[in-house]
Design a protein around this ligand. Structure first.
Ligand code: FES
Ligand code: FE2
Length: 402
């Protein structure tokens, strides 16, 4: 009598999601509040706060590096960045009124200049004899390339506000145009002003040339130009205060392009023109921490003077639909940087990463950041800060055809 075949021994499934290790992020790189190592490192560089055109006589609340502040422009055009709680009895200067020489608190009328100096205490017997210690906490601000920049670090270590050879001089007929609302906006197109994830997500993205071929070209369709269909051959190199990559592509039309992208300490990016126009990049971008779990991408660009009336480059693409009008399904069909980076969570779980050959640039960035944390902890100045107001930083970025 035939016996029924035995069931094969059950195989033990491998690699299941059960029993995964503890999860953690790189807190040393992602925590940016006052007193944290990365917060202190970030505070040793000038950081852009808002586009100049959005700093007006209407006080505005801004959050940067985990600090809530008030930004405004006095009646004579000077930008100011103050701690919001009035030093008298603590109401917010958000409710203040701006005058020619400062901002007046709504409650009892103390008036502060953009550098925090108290100009008037109208309820006091001698309203103009403010005591010197009655100074509203403030941060130095300056304007360049259409952005308002702040220095939030120790005053005695304040470096020069940097200048970059990719941004100046302007070419004939050019002007600066700056954006402070992360995904950009023009006309109907509106992106989130602040993105709900760590500054490190965008910072990692800068030294990630391969996602341009995948995410932006073959996966989601052509989000920039078709030249990116070719998987690049990439070399990463350290420069004095940053990392660059050279992405070489042999194009279908026989041309060769070397696309050089630059990241500079601690959060600055010089991405060459995404339409592959030759030459130096026409913009600078910064991934600025709002707090540990939020960031703001600010950009300044050199543009033709009439560009303010035209759509931003790239937004004319046939398949372009403003981000805020897209359904979840449309965003699944054509995810972009926002979806990929928000998808990593508010702070990526670095314990779960598997960095491989194509992530070499990210490893170089993080090592440079960590060396700088040590330098600052030991009392030194981090790489890239300069005290020479006239120095112009050379930016190697560009699309170079040959
Ligand atoms: S609380 Fe601002 S003047 Fe009194
Ligand atoms: Fe991207």
């Amino acid at each position: 009598m035939a016996t029924a075949p035995k069931d094969p021994a059950p195989t033990i499934p491998q690699g299941t999601a059960y029993g995964r290790g503890a999860q953690h992020a790189h807190d040393d790189l992602t925590r940016v509040g006052p007193g944290t190592p990365m917060g202190e490192l970030m505070r040793r560089y000038w950081q852009p706060v808002l586009a100049s055109r959005n700093v007006t006589t209407r006080p505005t609340e801004v959050r940067i590096l985990g600090e809530d502040l008030i930004i405004f422009r006095d009646g004579e055009g000077r930008p100011g960045l103050l701690y919001p709680r009035c030093m008298h009895r603590g109401t917010s200067l958000f409710w203040g009124h701006v005058e020619a020489d400062g901002i007046r608190c709504c409650y009892h009328g103390w008036k502060f200049a953009v550098d925090g100096v108290c100009l008037e205490q109208p309820c006091e017997p001698n309203p103009h004899a403010c005591r010197p210690e009655h100074r509203q906490p403030w941060y130095p601000v300056r304007e360049r390339y259409g952005l308002v920049w702040a220095y939030m670090g120790p005053p005695e270590r304040m470096p020069a506000l940097p200048r970059f050879d990719s941004m100046e001089p302007l070419e004939d007929g050019e002007t600066y145009m700056a954006f402070d609302n992360s995904l950009g906006s023009h006309g109907d197109f509106k992106g989130p002003e602040v993105v709900p994830y760590s500054w490190l997500h965008m910072n990692d993205n800068v030294m990630d040339p391969f996602h341009v071929q995948v995410l932006h070209t073959t996966f989601s369709g052509t989000q920039f130009v078709r030249e990116f269909e070719v998987m690049p051959r990439v070399e990463f190199d350290e420069i004095e205060a940053g990392v660059i990559y050279q992405a070489h592509r042999d194009l279908a039309d026989g041309r060769h392009v070397n696309r050089v992208s630059t990241w500079m300490m601690p959060n600055v990016m010089f991405v060459p023109d995404v339409a592959m126009r030759p030459g130096r990049p026409n913009g600078i971008g910064m991934s600025v921490p709002v707090d540990d779990e939020h960031s703001r991408i600010l950009m300044a660009m050199r543009v033709p003077a009439d560009a303010r009336d035209r759509p931003m480059r790239g937004l004319e693409a046939e398949n372009f639909k403003p981000w805020h009008l897209r359904t979840i399904e449309e965003r699944q069909d054509q995810p972009g940087d926002y979806e990929a980076q928000a998808g990593q969570g508010a702070i990526s779980l670095h314990s779960e990463e598997h960095l491989v050959t194509s992530d070499k640039g990210i490893g170089m960035q993080r090592r440079m950041l960590r060396r700088a944390l040590e330098t600052v902890a030991a009392g030194g100045d981090p790489p890239g800060v300069s005290f020479d107001e006239d120095a112009v930083v050379r930016v190697p970025s560009g699309n170079f055809f040959g």
